[in-house]
Design a protein around this ligand. Structure first.
Ligand code: AMP
Ligand code: MG
Length: 317
């Protein structure tokens, strides 16, 4: 049954169509990465700015090398340490990858997703697929097949691989400059990357305006990953106003509509986008988010809290 679905989905990709597919981070909107027309459909349906490049999803390191003009030793090391997994590597773009994939740039972002259904799809299709988050640009990323169906209905075939295990987008690491740079925080922290590579890693933590132009990574827009209802972070219960819904870590005060969030960083990340969607659907005046801790019990958890803070900043930006 599942094999049939994957064959049908791979067929759609071969025809230049779009397929929603699960990864461990969020659901992606797949298209043949070597077919410029198919890739153009992805930008169009997402209403994504054409300068915001897509991540190319591959089944293994060999396929990654084929997408790169140069595959640096650091790419090999990161792939060995973290793939399949939530880390995206930016390298020089091979000529076989159409410019539209890269927002017109000379580089390309690549990753091997850590989800068996995503890997099965890429393998069955037999080539790299683009896979931006399967939401309209700027909105909250989908973490269930239902979220994707709610967005696109019958327009997009969706493979259902359950709820995403990690819940927020991959770490994006740029290997094309003199220094290794994290362009987007994610589940793998800069410290872990630095340890594995044995070099310093810079984090580009700035938020740029929505115009994008000169950004290192145009996905770093101030307002992104955002629900429809205005959202803001709060530090104290006294800040809760009428008609608000609260994403609470400590407790939901009496008389307040709330959604309970975990104090555990991986669990919080896993739940975050679904919780924002639930809060949005409650028709509240405002979504209030209790500010999560900045430090976790381990360096890995601290990295996840930092990635969560990054997304919350954009959701409330
Ligand atoms: P999404 O697939 O929606 O999670 O977004 C992909 C992210 O990867 C965005 O933040 C992009 O700006 C970033 N990205 C993709 N390709 C590149 C690239 N070639 N150089 C820098 N950042 C990239
Ligand atoms: Mg996205």
């Amino acid at each position: 049954m599942m094999a049939d679905q994957i064959e049908i989905a791979a067929g759609r990709l071969r025809e230049g169509g779009l397929v929603g597919f699960p990864t461990e981070t969020v659901y992606g909107l797949g298209a043949d990465a070597l077919n410029a027309d198919a890739v153009a459909k992805v930008y169009a349906i997402k209403d994504r700015p054409s300068n915001n490049p897509l991540i190319v999803h591959v089944a293994d390191v060999e396929m990654a090398r084929a997408c790169a003009s140069v595959w640096p030793p650091a790419g090999e090391v990161l792939a060995g340490a973290f793939w399949p997994g939530p880390i995206t590597i930016v390298v020089g773009r091979a000529e076989s990858i159409p410019a539209v994939v890269a927002g017109g740039g000379a580089t390309v972002a690549i990753r091997v997703p850590g989800h068996p259904m995503a890997l099965a799809l890429i393998e069955r299709f037999g080539g790299p697929i683009v896979g931006p988050s399967a939401n309209r640009s700027g909105m909250v990323s989908p973490t269930t097949a239902e979220h994707v169906r709610a967005q696109w209905g019958d327009e997009v075939l969706v493979l259902d691989g359950g709820a995403c295990q990690r819940g927020i987008e991959s770490t994006v690491v740029d290997l094309t400059g003199d220094r290794v740079r994290v362009l987007r925080r994610g589940m793998v922290g800069a410290e872990q990357i630095a340890r594995v590579l044995g070099c310093e890693v810079e984090v580009v933590d700035g938020i740029a305006d929505a115009d994008g132009g000169a950004l290192a990574s145009p996905g770093l827009m101030a307002r992104h990953y955002a629900p429809g209802t205005p959202a803001r972070l709060i530090d104290d219960e006294s800040e809760i106003g009428e008609g608000a819904v609260l994403l609470a870590i400590s407790r939901v005060p009496e008389g307040v509509r709330g959604i309970a969030m975990s104090q555990d960083a991986p669990e919080y990340a896993r739940r975050l986008y679904a919780a924002l969607r639930e809060a949005d659907a409650m028709g509240a005046k405002e979504i209030l988010i209790e500010r999560p801790p900045s430090e976790g019990s381990t360096p890995e958890n601290t990295a996840i809290w930092r990635a969560i803070h990054d997304r919350l900043r954009r959701a409330t930006g």
